[in-house]
Design a protein around this ligand. Structure first.
Ligand SMILES: Cc1ncc(COP(=O)(O)O)c(C=O)c1O
Length: 352
């Protein structure tokens, strides 16, 4: 590809941090873990941040810390990476899948009439979801909210970072995300001490103290070397998010305004993905491929149409139509203005 969809970044600063950590720290539970957690908590604006092995682990551990069990129902968006729903099933709870707003792909909770025990709203593509409706739903049902902020490091809703506006926030550091740890990793953010202590024990085999274990648990910790790399990535996150926002504005200028999904009016997106929707989507992608420009679809199928979810027999028409019309454009910070123009021209050729 002349312009790939995604570019993995490796800098000298990351290399030095990784080598420094491997030379000087404990591989598990080293000083970089504590520092990364403190810095991440400060960045998000929560009392606690607990590092874990992935975004999926963050979701599972948060559900378990909130006592979600095989008797529970948990609602999430069908337009998400499958982990949002898999985490619910992995703790043996029942997944309820909600349809989306066709304008931004975010969860529309207003049509969910069932009683549930928790809600996992997803800030999809880095764009905060409509949190007022989520809060109202959780208040009426008296249930906790676990934000799936796996795509939204640094996104803001009504002046606050997502991941700090509910009971728990879950983040992923998978390499394509706005920040990584040089591999898989995740973080849980919360202001609630009990939840923080719960997930700390659960990530570490149910450990109560150095020698005591008083509950079942996993090995779902983050490695020290990953935390060392994560600290470097976090340091540069604001500038990288700003570049993603600049790239989104450039696309908006060059493409038909209505093509690109809008930001939440009360929020500020960090554009994990820049998503275009158009009925000629497949033709546009063909033209891009012919010009050696990468693109992707998030997601080819809404979760309820994945084979392991068909048994729940959901029909969620907005997300089904949406998945046929959307495509994600290159959005990484090192993409140049000229590359955005080239991509836009290629798309305009098909649209006009
Ligand atoms: C919305 C969403 N939720 C959950 C996850 C799971 O994160 P991970 O891949 O780190 O397990 C991801 C990322 O891949 C995601 O995009």
């Amino acid at each position: 590809m002349v312009i790939p969809f995604f570019k993995q970044e490796f800098t000298q600063e990351m290399e030095e941090a990784a080598l420094g950590s491997l030379r000087n720290e404990l591989y598990v539970g080293g000083e970089s873990i504590k520092k990364f957690e403190e810095e991440f908590a400060e960045f998000i604006g929560t009392k606690y941040a607990i590092s874990v092995s992935s975004g999926n682990s963050a979701l599972q551990l948060s559900l378990l810390a909130l006592n979600i069990s095989e008797k529970s129902k948990v609602v999430t968006s069908t337009n998400s990476f499958i982990a949002s729903a898999n985490a619910i099933r992995m703790v043996n709870a029942h997944p309820i899948l909600a349809d989306i707003n066709p304008h931004d792909g975010n969860i529309n909770i207003k049509n969910t009439k069932e009683d549930v025990n928790a809600i996992i709203p997803v800030h999809i593509y880095g764009n905060p979801c409509d949190f007022e409706s989520i809060k109202e739903f959780s208040e009426i049902q008296k249930i906790p909210i676990i934000e799936d902020a796996c795509q939204a490091h640094g996104a803001i809703y009504k002046g606050k970072k997502v991941g700090s506006i509910s009971d728990v926030g879950c983040f992923s550091f998978y390499p394509t995300k706005n920040m990584t740890v040089g591999g898989d990793g995740g973080m849980i953010t919360t202001n609630n001490e009990e939840i923080a202590n719960g997930v700390k024990a659960l990530r570490d085999n149910g450990r109560k103290s150095k020698t005591e274990f008083d509950r079942l648990g996993f090995t779902m910790r983050l490695n020290t070397v990953s935390a060392a790399i994560g600290r470097i990535q976090l340091k540069h996150l604001n500038e990288k998010n700003a570049r993603r926002q600049e790239i989104a504005s450039l696309y908006r200028k060059k493409l038909n305004q209505d093509c690109i999904l809008p930001e939440n009016k009360d929020g500020k997106s960090v554009y994990h993905q820049i998503v275009v929707h158009h009925e000629k989507r497949d033709k546009i992608r063909e033209e891009l491929t012919n010009n050696e420009i990468g693109s992707a679809i998030h997601y080819v199928k809404p979760i309820h149409l994945e084979s392991i979810y068909l048994k729940y027999q959901y029909h969620l028409p907005n997300s089904e139509k949406f998945s046929k019309e959307i495509m994600s454009l290159p959005s990484y910070p090192s993409l140049t203005d000229d590359e955005v123009y080239i991509i836009s021209e290629c798309i305009n050729k098909i649209i006009n």
